[in-house]
Design a protein around this ligand. Structure first.
Ligand code: GLA
Length: 698
């Protein structure tokens, strides 16, 4: 039983395979968090609900660990909810009213203000097998006047019982997304956030908390990830009394809204989990959860070719066809035409918004190319950026009122474009309309949906819903509708790289473009950071040219392939210029990838030797039944002469023998115990050498 209510103790236990999560109704009738960690005897923990008082300055210490608290009374911690009633009262007193258990795994706790009919339901869904709990809230106004909601968070998580706390998250910027950061928390708040209208490249909505001692393989880690692709914040607050609250949801910044009588607000889902097996297990739990409960399908990623880095805006029928022929010869399964195929889109200065095929570039329309691509045995895919418009476009000339900007301002252009106000019903209809037309008119099996600027100067709110909310809600509705209308089409989330990847959009997206930085060495760092919270099942990686267009680094083709084979493989190089030898080598890598992709995309993932620890990086994937595995090993700079290194593998069956093949070498048979404890010998030569190990249980 995943959910138990201990009536006498007024305590709830959410029990997963390895964890207990406890909260209850305290003496003051409010909902209080009690415990989260390895399993305990819940009924013996009722004492954790005891009220605590320190001084008149800290009258209600226990309120700091409220399970979902509102701002009111002597409560000063970052609130779950902050509201103003019609009479000006801004004091919330959320009292416990009851609970409902649905099925085996869902619990809803009902709270209501003690005076006003503002009802809050705190929802839990226990994902028992992955040690994860999904949380969200609904807020219902049963008053006869509107209530102003100033902050409504999806969940408040509490971590306690440790001497010190460290927070881990990702940060940085375009072309350098998902860079890992960790820092000890001191009293006060650490906020990670986006106020740019989408998830953002500067931070990503997940966190991990440990006591500073956890490693890849050991130690308690509490973690969470928020499913929202608009403005968001996650606040970790360490109190003076030694516990951390992690509060997260849609950002309250510029986000207050009025909840009309009878209306309800539903927050996004904020999942949380706990493991005592370190950061590696945290990632595996999240990955398994995503594959089983978040992603729209269990399909494996197709090997794709995308011409963006080869041709940029200069996409013309004959050249695309030539590239398609070369791609097909490599074993590519999906051919994607990127930006530049529509309107007057010859650069990023014009045409965005005019979603008609450019007849100069495709005199016979797209049909001919699509036909050829299909006859080469590949699917056809197309790039779109529906939420943006160039001022130099027919769309903008027709509808200048569709963009975000304030009436007395010109508005900021970024990459020579404005953002469309997707919150407007007519803009939503336009996007759904042209996408439907496109997908009905052509045999398109894949859409890369991009967004190449942040949202700025959002303009006046609809009185009912802040634009920040409306944009994302409409985006989700469009994607959901397109998936229903076109079940055979797959979608990629892209925002100038990895700026819109989170558990919200991943309910609709089959795959994610995680960065515009395709330098295979930089990419390892981006992919590794990505892997902390997100599964390789959606992580698209391309092999591109050398030297890399971004940093000018030259890398061997083998290294570039190995780096890109760690998720969904794509090729983005100008393959028109590849020599016969390169083509031959690449064909071998594509075939190899096709034979291991089920392990990479659906297996358990291990960061054997994360970057930053040494000069070497190694990652491993193991199928759930432990019968197959692959490992990628990369050396960066050679020092003091080559030496044999031993890579210790993980996740294998110790008493089983495995056939191990390194690169193209002869297989050897070794036991899981040997491979995991004594390791497998590897000899890396020169700079940027890389190895691929394949294992098959005998
Ligand atoms: C963004 C994407 C790229 C490419 C360009 C096209 O930067 O991330 O992959 O599609 O737009 O303009």
């Amino acid at each position: 039983m995943a959910i138990t209510y201990y009536e006498q103790e007024r305590l709830f236990e959410l029990r997963t395979r390895r964890t207990s999560y406890l909260f209850g109704v305290n003496g003051k009738g409010t909902l209080q968090h009690a415990y989260w960690g390895e399993q305990v005897e819940a009924a013996e923990c009722a004492g954790l609900l005891k009220g605590r008082h320190h001084s008149s300055f800290d009258a209600d210490i226990d309120r700091e660990t409220e399970e979902f608290g509102g701002w009111g009374g002597s409560h000063y911690a970052e609130p779950g909810l902050k509201a103003t009633f019609a009479d000006g009262v801004r004091d919330l007193k959320l009292g416990y009213r009851g609970y409902a258990i649905t099925g085996d795994d869902a619990l809803a706790i009902e709270l209501q203000d003690t005076h006003y009919k503002l009802l809050v339901r705190v929802h839990y869904k226990v994902i028992e097998e992955h040690d994860i709990i999904e949380r969200r809230v609904t807020i219902e106004n049963r008053e006869s006047a509107p209530v102003r909601i100033e902050q409504a968070m999806a969940a408040v998580w509490a971590v306690s019982g440790r001497q010190r706390y460290r927070m881990t998250h990702v940060a940085e910027r375009w072309a350098g997304e998902f860079q890992l950061r960790s820092a000890m928390l001191t009293e006060g708040k650490k906020t990670i956030e986006s106020r740019r209208g989408f998830t953002g490249p500067h931070a990503n909505p997940w966190f991990a908390i440990d006591d500073g001692e956890a490693s890849e393989t050991h130690g308690d880690v509490w973690f969470g990830a928020l499913g929202w692709s608009g403005n968001w914040k996650i606040v970790a607050e360490l109190s003076a009394f030694g516990h951390v609250r992690v509060v997260g949801g849609v950002h309250d910044f510029d986000g207050a809204f009025s909840l009309a009588p009878g209306d309800a607000y539903e927050s996004p889902v904020f999942v949380g989990g706990y493991t005592l097996r370190g950061f590696g297990e945290m990632s595996r739990l999240l990955h398994r959860y995503e594959r089983a409960h978040v992603l729209p399908t269990g399909e494996l990623r197709k090997v794709l070719y995308n011409s963006w880095e080869a041709t940029e805006f200069d996409v013309r029928a004959e050249e695309q066809l030539e590239l398609a022929r070369r791609a097909a010869a490599l074993g590519v399964e999906r051919f994607v035409v990127d930006d530049g195929w529509f309107g007057a889109r010859n650069s990023d200065r014009a045409g965005l918004g005019d979603w008609q095929v450019n007849r100069d570039k495709f005199p016979e329309g797209l049909e001919t190319l699509i036909g050829e691509v299909k006859s080469l045995g590949m699917e056809f895919g197309l790039w779109v950026e529906p939420e943006s418009v160039n001022p130099d476009s027919d769309l903008f000339r027709r509808h200048p009122e569709w963009i975000y900007r304030f009436p007395t301002r010109e508005g900021t252009q970024l990459r020579n474009q404005y953002s469309l106000n997707l919150g407007l019903p007519e803009v939503k209809d336009f996007v759904l309309g042209f996408m439907t037309e496109l997908l009905t008119s052509y045999d398109i099996k894949f859409i890369k949906w991009d967004m190449n600027r942040t949202i700025t100067e959002p303009g006046a709110d609809d009185p009912g819903m802040p634009i920040w909310l409306a944009h994302v809600s409409h985006l989700y509705e469009i994607w959901a509708e397109l998936r229903t209308r076109f079940p055979g089409v797959e979608f990629e989330t892209c925002a100038g790289g990895g700026a819109r990847i989170d558990l919200g959009i991943l309910r609709y997206a089959d795959q994610a473009w995680i960065s515009d930085n395709t330098d295979a060495r930089d990419r390892l760092a981006i992919q590794e950071g990505f892997s902390y919270a997100y599964s390789p099942a959606v992580m698209m990686c391309w092999v591109t040219g050398s030297p890399s267009g971004l940093g000018g680094r030259s890398l061997p083709l083998s290294y570039r392939f190995h780096s890109a084979m760690m998720g969904g493989l794509g090729i983005g190089a100008d393959i028109g210029g590849w020599t016969d030898t390169e083509m031959e080598e690449a064909r071998g890598f594509v075939a190899m990838y096709q034979s291991i992709r089920h392990i990479v995309l659906q297996g358990d993932y291990y960061r054997l030797a994360p970057l930053g620890r040494s000069n070497l990086a190694a990652y491993q994937y193991v199928t759930e039944d432990r019968s197959e595995s692959v490992a990628f090993v990369f050396l960066h700079a050679q020092h003091f002469g080559g030496e044999e290194r031993r890579i210790r593998l993980e996740g294998l069956q110790p008493d089983a023998a495995y056939e191990v093949t390194a690169n193209d070498g002869e297989p050897t048979a070794l036991h899981g115990s040997t491979l995991m404890r004594a390791g497998y010998p590897i000899m890396l030569r020169g700079d940027y050498d890389s190895w691929l190990l394949r294992l098959r249980r005998l």
